[in-house]
Design a protein around this ligand. Structure first.
Ligand code: FES
Ligand SMILES: [Fe+2]
Length: 382
């Protein structure tokens, strides 16, 4: 985000605050609930959105060292292996041995020049090349070891994130995908950060309920009354679109101080949280001195695996006192998000009950209407 945009956004929010207004869409929007529960619809989303979009699978800081890797279950249970090779290049592979399909790396993170299959010890380097086969000469005299590699997926590192696409497309062009959001986002996320802590949990809710919770502030005062409500203005946020992505400015109670502050001293991170919602399902929450990533994997129409990660500026987590500070911060962010997820599970139950055929988005819930427009358009264009 450049300085001009920062000032314009703050000015826009302060004007709304002064006039006691909220940005409104034309009228309410009705959204059918079938979108959250149909497994047929879920399969379409999987095929035509998730498997054909570049998805953020990690922040670069999570895979900082050469010869490091991350293994995890991904879309439709795909065993994903992300590596940074000896030369620093990132790759994404199926975590599946070429011999008889053993899982090479255990779920989690590690550092090693070689991955050795736990079944019969075939070994691979982090470029995915098969390096050794025990008893090769006697057992596999005609096997083409030299040309055997792990199955590789399209993967690139851009703007401080690692992106993977499940199905081959025309290559990964992240600049085009971000549609103008790139430098806006990287001002906050690219400087050197480290992952401080993370939590992963499965929630019985559709992935779209998760996205919706991030792009309106109508619920802050009510749903978050035990956590962040006192820190934020009631229902005062603005959003902008970058292709299918959103940037939401969630204003804090301190915004009013700008009335008495010279513009040159305005700092958006002091008076608002910035939430980047990267389509389809990754959110980057920029807080005053650090950021969090809320990422997810849709498991079924009514089940989503959600991770919450807190990244802090490198070197700020070395003393006991500092660690305490970040730990409290992580816990607070997590507790706030859990308030959303608990409600999300209840909403999913409510949908399953058949009590509602549709939901109604109010005029200040315009981002929700746009999010559904964008999702519908992706499904129609197939
Ligand atoms: S399955 Fe991996 S070495 Fe046999
Ligand atoms: Fe929330």
């Amino acid at each position: 985000m450049d300085r001009k945009t920062e000032l314009e956004l703050l000015d826009r929010c302060l004007s709304l605050y002064n006039e006691r207004k909220t940005e409104l869409m034309e009228g309410e929007v009705v959204s059918p609930v079938d979108r959250y529960i149909s497994s047929e619809r879920f399969n379409l989303e999987m095929e035509h959105i998730f498997k054909t979009s570049p998805l953020i699978v990690a922040h670069s800081a999570e895979l900082a060292e050469a010869n490091s890797y991350i293994a995890r279950e991904w879309l439709e249970g795909f065993p994903l292996l992300i590596t940074r090779d000896t030369d620093g290049m990132v790759h994404a592979f199926a975590n599946v041995c070429k011999h008889r399909g053993g899982k090479l790396a255990r779920e989690g993170k590690g550092c090693s020049r070689r991955l050795v299959c736990p079944y019969h010890a075939w070994s691979y380097d982090l470029e995915g090349k098969l390096k050794t086969i025990p008893h090769e000469k006697s057992g596999f005299p005609s096997f083409d070891k030299e040309n055997t590699r792990l199955k590789e997926l399209a993967c690139t590192e851009a703007y401080g994130f690692i992106w993977v696409q499940r199905e081959e497309g025309s290559g990964l062009n992240i600049e085009a995908y971000l549609d103008g959001m790139d430098t806006d986002l990287t001002r906050f996320t690219e400087p050197e950060h480290v992952l401080f802590d993370e939590a992963v949990q499965d929630w019985n809710m559709n992935w779209k309920i998760l996205v919706e919770g991030g792009i309106e502030s109508y619920h802050f005062k009510i749903a978050h009354r035990e956590t962040i409500a006192p820190l934020f203005n009631d229902n005062l946020s603005v959003f902008d679109e970058f292709g299918p992505h959103f940037r939401s400015i969630l204003t804090k109670s301190s915004l009013k101080q700008l009335r008495d502050t010279e513009q040159e001293n305005w700092d958006i991170r002091e008076h608002a949280n910035i939430l980047y919602s990267l389509f389809p399902l990754t959110s980057v929450l920029v807080q005053p001195d650090h950021f969090a990533i809320i990422n997810a994997i849709p498991l079924a129409a009514d089940k989503t695996r959600i991770s919450i990660q807190t990244f802090v500026p490198k070197g700020t987590d070395v003393t006991e006192k500092a660690r305490h500070h970040w730990q409290a911060n992580f816990a607070f962010t997590k507790d706030t998000l859990i308030e959303d997820f608990v409600i999300g599970e209840q909403i999913q139950q409510g949908i399953a009950s058949g009590a509602n055929e549709s939901f109604t988005f109010g005029r200040f819930e315009a981002a929700l209407a746009r999010f559904h427009d964008i999702t519908e358009a992706k499904l129609r264009n197939v």
